[in-house]
Ligand binder design. Structure first.
Ligand SMILES: [Zn+2]
Length: 244
């Protein structure tokens, strides 16, 4: 074989290798937290285009209705479980896990929370900057999640000291950590900036988990920007696809 022909053959092989490889697009999964109180905002969130997931606060007046609605629209539903936060102000959510609870109380509370939100396929934490630092309570909780076979966990990561991912690994629970909060405050400028951050991180790292809330500014931005993601080379995927 001549040198030229060898070169051509080698190039063809390279081209074949490239076209055969599955080039994975950057992927983004978005969760909207804190559903359960306001029906209108909840339903507007659920109408967002694409496979956005919805995290519903247990025991809230509209929890079951909104979870049913999301499920009927083909959207994924998470249990948005209140976990005790650092701050002094007491969390007033109807059902949640506190540090002063016994193991038995944690087990019972988790079971009760699950009963109030239908169609749950995973769990993420509401607040939690105190509780997620405590391996004992997180182990009790994660064992309950593990016992319900198909549930996964999303660490909302409200403190850098969260042990949730580590405990999830130890108990065999599939888990992923939140990367970006879309609306650390409600100003449209902040939401737009965080959305850009999400896209940059997805392109750099390959995948991102973003969490937002059913605020006017967040919903307005997502309604406009989500349909543009695919033409920007970013794939919006379900949270379950990212976790698994
Ligand atoms: Zn929350």
């Amino acid at each position: 074989m001549s040198w030229t022909r060898a070169c051509i053959a080698a190039s063809m092989l390279l081209i074949a290798a490239y076209s055969g490889a599955v080039v994975q697009q950057p992927r983004v999964a978005i969760i909207i937290d804190d559903l359960g109180y306001q029906l209108a905002a909840g339903r507007r969130a659920i109408a967002l285009p694409g496979p956005v997931a919805f995290a519903v606060l247990p025991g809230t007046p509209r929890a079951a209705a909104l979870a049913d609605w999301a499920h009927a629209q083909g959207k994924e539903v998470l249990l948005h479980l209140p976990l005790q936060a650092n701050s002094e102000d007491k969390d007033n959510e109807p059902i949640g896990i506190d540090l002063d609870m016994s193991r038995q109380a944690v087990v019972a509370t988790f079971a009760e929370a699950l009963q109030t939100v239908p169609h749950v396929i995973g769990v993420n934490g509401h607040r939690g900057s105190l509780l997620t630092r405590h391996p004992g309570h997180m182990l009790w909780l994660m064992e309950e999640i593990s016992a319900r076979n198909d549930l996964f966990f999303v660490d909302s990561y409200t403190t850098a000291e969260s042990v949730a991912m580590q405990i999830a690994t130890e108990t065999g629970v599939q888990a992923v950590r939140r990367d970006v909060f879309l609306d650390p405050d409600r100003s449209p400028e902040t939401v737009a900036r965080q959305f850009e951050r999400m896209k940059r991180l997805a392109k750099k790292r390959g995948f991102v988990v973003a969490i937002g809330h059913p605020y006017e500014s967040t919903l307005a931005l997502l309604e406009i920007e989500l349909p543009k993601l695919s033409e920007q080379g970013i794939q919006l995927v379900t949270i379950s696809e990212l976790v698994r």
